[in-house]
Design a protein around this ligand. Structure first.
Ligand SMILES: [Zn+2]
Length: 266
């Protein structure tokens, strides 16, 4: 497997270089001069800016890189991570792509420190990693006081065709928004990873790396591998990080719903 990265260290200045931060010509020059090295293993990198959507760096040697914490890189995975980085770095005190976090000894897709001191790890997850791995990573972040937010790849979003999506009925007992953000009610496939996330919080976020749309599922129930949920679509560009969580344009409309859930659990 060829190890690729979106971040390199400039050997002449020691600076961290993220793809997209420098002009392509500059990156080409640095690459040609062998001045780019892997932040993880220190070996030389070269720029890959051919017929791919997302430019990136690849190791020159085939020796295994120590960065083992990430799923196999595909073009869409790079695109998803880059989207998260480029959007949420706005307003951050510190923003870093593919950042090794010493406190947890794992690599965050996007690591952010916000004004006021809250720290976030954003993870873009397309592959079907084991639940054990997810739980371990989630717990490591929480224990270190880092708020981890998981964006599933849009490819994981699957409607159950046996139960087609339908408008949210006005008789539906839950006080959820019914006519905004492409609202619908339906049944969706859940794999083990989705179920593990839902057990912590009954909301799933799916990011489409191509257009930046975020599909939000407010989960009502889980039965076997089927979840029943309210579905919404919001633009990632309208989302912010606030009080340790992801805040979407849907949130101001969820006050009644959250109150309802809180009462139900007592
Ligand atoms: Zn490396």
């Amino acid at each position: 497997m060829s190890e690729t990265t979106l971040v390199a260290i400039r050997s002449d200045t020691g600076e961290r270089v993220t793809i997209g931060d420098l002009a392509l010509d500059t990156l080409r020059e640095l690459s040609d001069q062998h001045r780019l090295h892997c932040p993880n293993c220190g070996t030389p990198l070269m720029l890959k800016a051919g017929p791919v959507r997302v430019h990136h760096f690849a190791h020159v040697s085939l020796a295994e890189c120590a960065a083992i914490d990430h799923e196999p890189e595909s073009d869409s995975h790079r695109q998803g991570k880059l989207r998260l980085y480029q959007h949420f770095r706005q307003g951050a005190v510190l923003a870093s792509l593919e950042q090794h976090v010493p406190a947890t000894d794992q690599r965050a897709d996007v690591y952010l420190e916000m004004p006021g001191g809250l720290r976030y790890a954003l993870e873009f997850q397309q592959a079907n990693n084991s639940v054990e791995r997810w739980t371990e990573r989630h717990n490591l972040y929480r224990r270190s006081g880092i708020h981890d937010i998981w964006f599933l790849g849009q490819s994981r979003y699957q409607e159950r065709h046996a139960e087609p999506l339908h408008p949210i009925s006005s008789y539906d007992p839950l006080p959820v928004p019914r006519d905004v953000f492409d609202a619908a009610s339906g049944a969706f496939q859940a794999r083990e990873l989705e179920k593990a996330i839902i057990a912590v919080e009954p909301t799933l976020y799916f990011l489409d790396p191509d257009n930046g749309d975020l599909t939000v599922l407010l989960v009502r129930s889980v039965q076997g591998n089927t979840i029943r949920a309210y579905r919404y679509r919001v633009p990632l560009s309208g989302c912010v990080l606030r009080e340790g969580r992801l805040w979407t344009p849907l949130d101001p409309l969820l006050d009644d719903y959250r109150r309802f859930l809180a009462q139900k659990s007592f």
